[in-house]
Write a protein that binds this ligand. Structure first.
Ligand code: HEC
Ligand code: HEC
Ligand code: HEC
Ligand code: HEC
Ligand code: HEC
Length: 176
């Protein structure tokens, strides 16, 4: 019995020792991945749901590049001021917004998503194919008040979806 147990225990210990660094590497790449970040603290707390539910404000009204460019793009301060010269001017966040406007000082929004430099993502290909923003960004019209990354969007996730829809998976499609 003992003679049988000993190699088994040695084997188990070896297995655990071997598994540790692998687990550590996997955990590190998960938690430290450059593209997975919690919600960012923004200079002005901009509520998406409030705006996306206004009948005249499609996502594309503010993110004008989505169907033509690689980048979705950010709205200029002028666009906010079309409304906020008059709307909710008594609120603290809107007063900060007005200060930026009066000082000609653009708001530096923190990036929520950020692909590494060697990766190439193109909004227009996905949006014109027919994917809804919610497919990758969640329901920012009804559920997600403040922009945050909700989908993995790392290489495995991109490739799985490309395979599912028969889109190209050559390295050069996504890498420079
Ligand atoms: C009135 C303008 C406006 C509208 C309408 C709007 N957004 Fe935004 N969006 C912004 C601003 C300003 C930011 C930067 C602040 C932030 O990240 O919260 C932003 C940030 C984002 C981000 C994060 C960008 C990053 O840094 O990675 C996503 C994703 C996004 N919006 C998607 C949407 C979607 C989807 C809709 C429609 C349901 C939408 N937006 C409608 C103004 C708008
Ligand atoms: C089409 C008009 C319109 C545009 C354009 C618009 N907003 Fe608004 N915004 C509103 C309305 C309406 C509310 C809700 C006001 C309320 O609660 O009474 C609001 C609310 C807000 C609030 C929350 C205020 C609070 O503390 O309750 C912030 C912050 C804000 N907007 C920032 C922005 C920024 C930044 C932009 C430009 C990227 C922008 N808005 C563009 C109409 C607009
Ligand atoms: C197939 C997934 C996918 C879809 C669909 C998608 N996005 Fe994105 N979005 C991304 C990825 C990935 C990034 C990060 C890109 C980068 O860092 O270069 C991003 C970044 C953004 C950004 C910030 C950076 C930029 O490009 O300006 C905004 C704003 C944004 N998306 C809005 C939208 C809106 C609005 C829609 C719908 C019209 C949409 N996205 C549809 C995956 C998607
Ligand atoms: C929800 C599914 C889905 C996800 C997630 C997705 N893609 Fe795509 N992607 C597609 C489809 C489908 C096409 C093909 C569109 C077409 O045929 O016009 C495509 C096309 C592309 C193209 C353009 C290819 C060309 O030659 O026009 C690039 C670049 C790309 N994807 C990069 C990425 C990257 C990088 C990610 C991850 C950050 C990603 N995609 C995530 C479905 C997806
Ligand atoms: C559909 C898009 C897509 C395709 C196709 C793709 N990649 Fe990637 N790749 C990404 C994205 C997004 C990242 C950045 C996020 C991450 O690290 O997963 C990445 C990251 C990487 C990295 C860096 C990993 C790190 O830890 O920084 C390497 C290396 C890489 N890819 C190699 C390849 C090779 C080799 C191929 C072809 C066999 C390939 N990729 C095909 C989307 C893609």
């Amino acid at each position: 019995m003992r003679r049988f147990m000993r190699p088994l225990i040695v084997g188990l210990v070896l297995l655990i020792l071997l598994a540790l660094p692998v687990t550590a590497v996997l955990a590190r790449s998960y938690f430290l991945s450059p593209t997975w970040q919690p919600a960012q603290e923004q200079p002005i707390a901009f509520p998406h749901t409030t705006h996306a539910q206004l009948p005249q404000l499609e996502c594309e009204y503010c993110h004008r590049g989505v169907s033509e460019d690689a980048y979705a793009g950010m709205p200029a301060l002028e666009l906010c001021m079309d409304c906020h010269q008059a709307i909710a001017t008594d609120r603290e966040e809107i007063q900060t917004l007005i200060e930026h406007w009066e000082n000609n000082d653009p708001v530096n929004w923190e990036r929520v998503h950020q692909m590494p430099d060697h990766v190439h993502f193109v909004h227009s290909s996905h949006v014109n194919y027919g994917f809804d923003c919610a497919e990758c960004h969640g329901d920012m019209e009804n559920e997600i008040d403040y922009a945050e990354q909700v989908r993995d969007l790392r290489m495995g996730d991109c490739i799985d979806c490309h395979k599912e829809y028969g889109a190209p998976t050559d390295c050069s499609v996504c890498h420079y």
